[in-house]
Design a protein around this ligand. Structure first.
Ligand code: ZN
Length: 148
């Protein structure tokens, strides 16, 4: 009985250890087989691939394209038809003037109505100097400006 207990562990050590399998070692300890990460050179450092020469040569000169903003300044117009170059059709034209009451015309009518009586309300609506003059191009019909 006692001899059999002593013989049993001896039988285990008599067997050779299992053969070393690298694939099995990789699955058991994957961190030990991987390559270490590249050293950190700081926040401004670029990886080696970024420092490699660019496959295409950089352009010799940098072309700066300045786009002009299409801002058409309204021409200065007076109370009469004005001879000017239309900024839209680029023709030299005499403007067509349309006289129409503006908010200033209504304010003047209210003031005259309060001060001079209700019979004076119509005066600003017939006096050209109390109304606005809108200038249009007779060729292309574009609005060119208002004279108040
Ligand atoms: Zn025009």
């Amino acid at each position: 009985m006692e001899i059999g207990k002593q013989d049993q562990p001896k039988a285990v050590y008599d067997q050779p250890p299992p053969a070393y399998d690298p694939q099995q070692a990789f699955h058991q300890h994957p961190q030990a087989v991987r390559e270490p990460p590249p050293p950190y050179d700081g926040p401004g450092a670029r990886p080696a691939a970024a420092n490699a020469p660019f496959p295409f040569p950089p352009p010799a000169t940098t072309t700066v394209i300045q786009q002009s903003v299409a801002f058409v300044e309204p021409p200065r117009v007076g109370s009469e038809p004005t001879l000017l170059a239309c900024p839209y059709c680029h023709a030299t034209i005499l403007t067509r003037v349309e006289v129409s009451p503006s908010s200033n015309t209504h304010i003047m009518a209210m003031l005259l109505g309060c001060l001079g009586g209700i019979l004076c309300i119509w005066i600003p609506y017939v006096v050209d100097s109390c109304q606005s003059k809108k200038h249009f191009c007779p060729r292309c019909g574009a609005y060119l400006g208002t004279y108040n």
